[in-house]
Design a protein around this ligand. Structure first.
Ligand code: 6GU
Length: 249
């Protein structure tokens, strides 16, 4: 998968060299290219913003640098025989969720345009939406100072779904999770060695070796945690997906 990011803060994307995404880049599964938007400015001060038409607070990102940047980044791929998905991070976008991560992880090429200030001149989005699949996406109901952190969030969520990026064991586990009985529930607590830490032990059932009882316990824990932290997920749940024992919980 190829990922391009155009930003005025290329250094903000440095974490893409670390851990899971960094390793996927190093072994060639991901081709990540971060571009400095100011490369496509032509004035002495490398201006990327200006005052909003109609007045109001803040600044708006000028369309010309974005147009030149995106034309060049996207043209570099006429050769790649594919058309990218253009992902525009904005708090006014549709919510980013696991379903969108799955969809995007199957696309060969993603271009992200994280903005600062009050956002990008609307004409840029309208222009590229004429030829490209453009998605305006938000990562949650809060306002960040810019789209770079959302890009880090989205790239990590998408990259771990790209075949080969996660180890086999984990990807198989995920497959069964997505389709399986725990779909839409939050994960319950996990434990490892030592068997006692600061006087605290391990729930007996996990030491019992009874796979059926362990699965039941994990599901009950997941239901309890989901009810406490995300009652909206339980309300949305298909009643057929809850069995008789769940309802007793
Ligand atoms: Cl994608 N951008 C900004 N600036 N704030 C956000 C966001 C995106 N998603 C949630 N808050």
């Amino acid at each position: 998968m190829r990922i391009d990011v155009v930003t005025i803060f290329p250094e903000y994307l440095e974490p893409l060299n670390v851990s899971l995404v960094g390793k996927a880049r190093a072994c060639g599964l991901l081709d990540v290219r971060v571009h400095d938007l100011r490369r496509w400015t032509h004035d002495k001060h490398h201006t990327v913003d200006d005052t909003p038409y109609g007045g109001g607070p803040g600044m708006v990102m000028k369309p010309e640098p974005w147009g030149e940047a995106l034309d060049e980044v996207i043209a570099s791929a006429a050769a790649e025989a594919a058309s990218p998905v253009l992902i525009v991070p904005t708090p006014s976008g549709r919510p980013f969720d696991q379903e969108l991560a799955v969809e995007l992880s199957a696309r060969p090429w993603l271009v992200f345009t994280p903005a600062r200030y009050e956002g990008i001149d609307r004409r840029v989005i309208d222009e590229y939406a004429e030829h490209l699949d453009v998605r305006e996406v938000s990562i949650g109901d809060y306002v960040l100072a810019g789209g770079e952190a959302p890009v880090l969030v989205m790239v990590e969520a998408i990259a771990r779904l790209v075949p080969g990026v996660l180890g086999n064991a984990e990807s198989h586990r995920d497959d069964s999770f997505a389709a399986g009985a725990m779909a839409d529930l939050l994960e319950g607590p996990v434990y490892t060695k030592p068997p006692e830490w600061r006087g605290r032990g391990i729930p007996d059932v996990l030491l019992s070796g009874h796979h059926g009882r362990i699965a039941r316990w994990r599901r009950d824990q997941a239901l309890a945690r989901t009810s406490a932290n995300r009652p909206d997920l339980i309300a949305r749940c298909d009643p057929a997906a809850l069995d008789k024992k769940d309802r007793a919980t």
